[in-house]
Each structure stands twice: as C-alpha cells, then as structure tokens.
Design a protein around this ligand. Structure first.
Ligand code: MLT
Ligand code: ZN
Length: 458
C-alpha cells in the first residue's frame, strides 16, 4: 500500500483494524464499515495526488470529516479508501476588512467558533455536533442547526472554496468576492455535494459581530396550534435566535439519561426552547410581555425564563442531549422539512399514521420549528431484530415521504441524502432534476470514483 501511494508518508496511511472501523463510518449504525485503507493528506496538493492516483487505479474514495453525519454519507462499506481531512486542521489568517477567515477543511466547528470568539467575532452556524464536526463536512452537507432562523445555513457563510474535483483538478471558487457576476457560481454546487463531486480542502468563511445577551425560555405547551401562535408572537415582537421544539417523550429520555431534574413542574405534550436577544431594556420588556400573553391566552401551561447563563445551559441540554439520550435504542432517524405554516397539519398527519399502523414504535419528535425542520426518531423495540426493525421503518418511510410530497416538503432538511435517503430522492426532487444531477456528477467526477452509491446511483 505504502509503495502504491509513495507520495504520502507511512504515517499518513492506515490499515489498522480499529482505524478501518472508526474512519469507515459516521453516526449511523446500520452500515458495516469495510474500507481498504485510511489516508491522511496534509495539503490540497496531496489530496490532488490521491485523487489522480485513484483515477489511474480505479480506486473509489470516500471523504471523511468529523463523521457526525446521520445519513451514511461518509460510510465506506465497499472496499473504498477513506480520505480523512483531520490533519488539515489549520486556522489561517483572519481578514478583518473582508470579515473572512481562511481555514482548512478539517477544522472542528467549535474550534473555529472559539477562535473567532477570542477575537470578539462570531461564527454563527451552530448545532449539537459542534465539538466533532468539521467545517469541510458542514460545507459538504450545507449544515443547518439551531440558529438557522436568525443566521441562515452554512451556505450563507462560505465566501470561497478550494476544491479538488473528482478528476483531480484544483478549483479556487469565488476568491472571497462579495459581488461576482461572471456566470455559474460553482461554489454553490460544491456546498451540499456530500463528497460526490469533489473534495473541499480549504475555505474562506465569513464571520459576523457577536450578538447581545440572550434570554432563554422553556415553555410547556398543550398543542401544536399554540406552538405556532407562540412562534408568531415572539418572531413579531422580539429578536428571535432559536425556536426549538421537543416532545414530552424526548424530555423524559434526556432526564433519564442525564439524571437532570426536569425544569418544569407541569407536564405537557410539547416543550419549546425559545432563545431571544435582549440588548435593550425595551427588548427585555417585549420578551416579558410575550411571556405574559402566552400565560394569559393559555398558550402555555407552564414556563420559566432563565435567570442565568448556567440555567439557560441546562435548558439547552434538554434539547441538545436528545440525540445522545436516544442512542441506546439505535433510533431510525428521519430529518424532514415542510413550510413553517404546514408544520401542525403535517405533524398531525404523520402522527396519525404511526399511531394507526406502527403502534409498537416509540416515536420521538423534536426539531427546529423556526425553520420547518422536524427530526423524527423511531426507537427500536428491545425484542425486535435489527433487520426486521429497519425493514418496518423503511415501510413506514413510504407513508411519511408520500405525505412529505403532498406537502411539497423535503425528505432531508439538514442531514443529507447519503445512503439512507437515496432511494427516496424522487419524493422531493423531480425526475428531470435527478437526471441533471447525474449529468453534473459525470462532469466533475467522470471516473465515478468519489463517494460511490451516495445520493443516487450515478
Ligand atoms: C439536532 O438537531 O439535534 C441534530 O440534527 C441531530 C439529530 O437530529 O439527531
Ligand atoms: Zn437538527
């Protein structure tokens, strides 16, 4: 192996069994990792050499970042070589005039957030996997998260990209220009490409000024109509940062797995975590007024406003620890979106299907109501075999995705298509679109060596 890839040092190639397992998978646990080797390039040029070598030798490659994906997009199960970008983790110069920072793809999200915070700036794309996910992976999947309603998606923060295409060309895309009206902006093709068109190796990331102090509210809500009324109220009268929902089932799982006492005395079917900016006294009054209106109009059955940053952190644990607290039951995950206005009707329709046809499933809902993104996790019943469980979940997906189609929603809001959702792509994208996707794949990766079998069969 070392001889074949003699442009890499021996410590940049691993065939160690433990590494093959670790780097061959993401957070999904349904696929058996089976890569041939793990490669650790340190520069864009080394990535280019790997890709050229792979084309000559017909070796399939899978790009790997922080491996926090939930759709199998970074799984290597068919003797591929994994290209891990974890050694490309340099944070380079920050440009205060352009408000951009040059990073390598393997920089961990939280490291970039902290780096900018120390310089009194903010990288606002944020989600629970921040401690492991890589910037390159975030760009490849156009990661969303908890602040999308305020700051948008990863796409909105990418100023330029360096990419090694599937046929081994290095492209420098957009050069951090704000305005650039010179034809197709390939940057946006590579954002969300899930490693199928090219390998993102470096990026110029935009940053912004920090926000003011935050106020968090945890609200116990009786029904979905109230959820939407509360959302409307806060969005109109406050400076909303996040508007997250989870059910009592989710809350109970977090309480059980963390040992944290539940923060509210009254139980309710739905909980909301609302985060708002309180920069002025008037803003603080508006927040209080909204809270009062919720109480007066019985939109909430209980609620509490955080009295300190520590208390707010605990509220957030009830939202951000959900994924981990469900891990014991190997959940089958869906990550869908509909228009915000369709959320209640859509949720009711799906809930009715699960209750009627799949009553043996424990279904946990949570999500980013503020942008219409809902996470649905089905927990594996203890006595059900994994294969039977997956089969049944796949069957239930048909009803779910049919309903998504009716609502003109998306089968994947932020986790990507990867392996898990590829056979359902046509529920959200038209036949014509998929044909064009396949043509584009062949333009940038004519040897079809990058991330084979992900997103669609090319
Ligand atoms: C989240 O919102 O917590 C993430 O998308 C992770 C998940 O869905 O499990
Ligand atoms: Zn999410």
């Amino acid at each position: 192996m070392e001889k074949l890839l003699n442009f890499l040092n021996p410590d940049q190639i691993s065939t160690n069994t433990e590494d093959l397992k670790t780097y061959g998978q993401d957070w999904t646990r349904y696929y058996q990792p089976n890569p041939k080797a793990i490669l650790f390039p340190k520069t864009t040029e080394e990535v280019q050499k790997i890709v050229k070598w792979a084309n000559l030798n017909k070796q399939k490659l899978v790009v790997s970042g922080g491996r926090t994906g939930l759709s199998g997009g970074a799984v290597a199960k068919d003797n591929e070589m994994v290209v891990s970008l974890e050694k490309m983790n340099q944070i380079h110069a920050l440009n205060e005039l352009d408000m951009t920072i040059h990073v390598e793809a393997g920089v961990i999200t939280e490291a970039l957030q902290q780096h900018l915070q120390e310089k009194a700036y903010l990288f606002p794309v944020d989600f629970a996997a921040r401690g492991s996910s890589h910037i390159g992976g975030n760009i490849s999947t156009n990661a969303g998260g908890i602040k999308v309603l305020r700051y948008g998606l990863t796409r909105d923060w990418v100023s330029s990209l360096t990419v090694v295409t599937g046929d081994g060309e290095i492209l420098k895309l957009n050069q951090s220009l704000v305005k650039n009206a010179t034809g197709y902006d390939f940057r946006h093709l590579f954002i969300g490409n899930e490693g199928t068109l090219g390998i993102i190796t470096e990026a110029e990331i935009r940053f912004t000024h920090p926000h003011g102090d935050l106020q968090s509210l945890l609200l116990a809500v009786p029904d979905l109509d109230s959820v939407m009324k509360i959302f409307s109220l806060f969005r109109k009268h406050t400076s909303l940062m996040a508007f997250e929902m989870f059910t009592d089932i989710a809350m109970n799982h977090v309480a059980k797995s963390t040992g944290l006492p539940k923060p509210l005395a009254t139980d309710a079917p739905i909980y909301l975590l609302v985060e708002v900016e309180k920069t002025t006294e008037a803003a603080e009054e508006d927040i209080l007024k909204c809270f009062e209106v919720c109480m007066e109009q019985n939109l909430v059955v209980d609620g509490v406003m955080s009295q300190s940053a520590e208390q707010a952190k605990i509220f957030w644990r009830f939202r951000e620890d959900i994924t981990e607290s469900l891990a014991f039951a190997t959940p089958y995950k869906n990550d869908v979106s509909v228009k915000i206005s369709n959320v209640p009707e859509f949720m009711q329709a799906i809930d009715a299907i699960y209750k009627k046809e799949y009553s043996e499933f424990e279904v946990v809902w949570f999500g980013h109501i503020g942008d219409g993104n809902l996470h649905i996790s089905i927990l594996k019943p203890k006595d059900m075999l994994m294969d039977d469980f997956i089969k049944k979940c796949r069957q239930s997906d048909l009803a779910l995705f049919d309903t998504i189609k009716k609502f003109k929603g998306s089968i994947s809001a932020e986790h990507g298509v990867g392996l898990s959702k590829k056979s359902f792509l046509n529920f959200t994208r038209s036949e014509e679109e998929i044909i064009y996707m396949k043509k584009i794949k062949k333009v940038f990766d004519p040897g079809l060596i990058l991330n084979p079998g992900k997103m669609f069969d090319a």
